[in-house]
Design a protein around this ligand. Sequence first.
Ligand code: UT7
Length: 325
Amino acid sequence: MNQAMILGTGSAVPKRILSNNDLAKIVDTSDEWITTRTGIKTRRKAGVGEETSKLAAAAGRRAIADAGLEIQDIDMILVATVTGDMIMPSCACLVQKHLGADKSFAFDVNAACSGFLYAFSIADKYIRADPSLKILVIGAETMSSRVDWQDRNTCVIFGDGAGAVVLGGGTGDRGLLAEKLYSDGELYKLLYIENAQSMNTDLRNPDYDGSYVRMAGREVFKYAVRAMAEAVYVVLDKAQVSAAELTLVIPHQANIRIINKLRETLNLSPEKVYVNVDKYGNTSAATIPIALDEANREGRLQPGDYVLFCAFGGGFTWGAQLVSW
Ligand code: UT7
């Protein structure tokens, strides 16, 4: 088969660690509230030299090395992000520049927290058309640049980081086996970031209140649990694989309570579900590739193991993918 297979993984997070107690000095919150409601203990906050494109390039460089490839082997770069350095050019073009990957073409994918799944899906279709391609897929965010640091509902949740995979043509049955992606733009108001105010005076938004993450947390929470579980069941059914056969589930890391509910629904033991939300918080499109890189480097994955990704985010967007490692 010609499906996309993961050849290498990498990740990069900013040096600066922000604890719950650090946040309690900025907004009216506490370590106790954040820990019990979200499972988050620390998150990373980008500084100079750690812009989204720089983190993405660092993660990409590690993934290329892990795959045993050279920068010049990369044909295409996809960056899933909602916090690129600029509106134009894409973050992917900046990553191409940082890496010196001048044989590749590059573009961004915006599907918020589900972005890595969407980008993986696009890359898979290119590889099915031409299995010789080597594609760098990155999820990278500096959410710290787009949270309102006065809003305790959001600023305690998000974090910065990047994760990457290199994809190539699958050998045997290894690679992306089944997937299902969804969007529902009717629900966009529950989780969004406005652009900068329009320069076209006719299109100015009189209610503009800044380019920050706005989230109806409780509604998003309920929808996320149900939607991700449904997506997982559809994908398992497509692949004719049972939940019990999964080696590892890597869910989007938004909230430990969402992850635990998903785990209970799928009737999985804790060691089968990867969790690092405690360390990094919600890094949006970067959560799954960062977690995958950690799991890979911990030696938790063997060839042929079933690994399942599932995500949920703004749009709404959501979905699941099953990979044979
Ligand atoms: O990645 C994309 C998808 N995003 C998600 O999946 C996020 C999903 N949502 C969540 O994870 C949770 O809804 C949150 C963690 C955002 C919030 O937890 P919650 O248990 O749903 O809390 P809530 O929003 O219902 O708020 C409960 C109370 C409120 O106070 P009152 O109105 O009951 O007096 C909030 O004002 O907790 C208050 N609160 C806080 N208190 C201390 C909200 N944020 C904080 C805070 N510290 N940081």
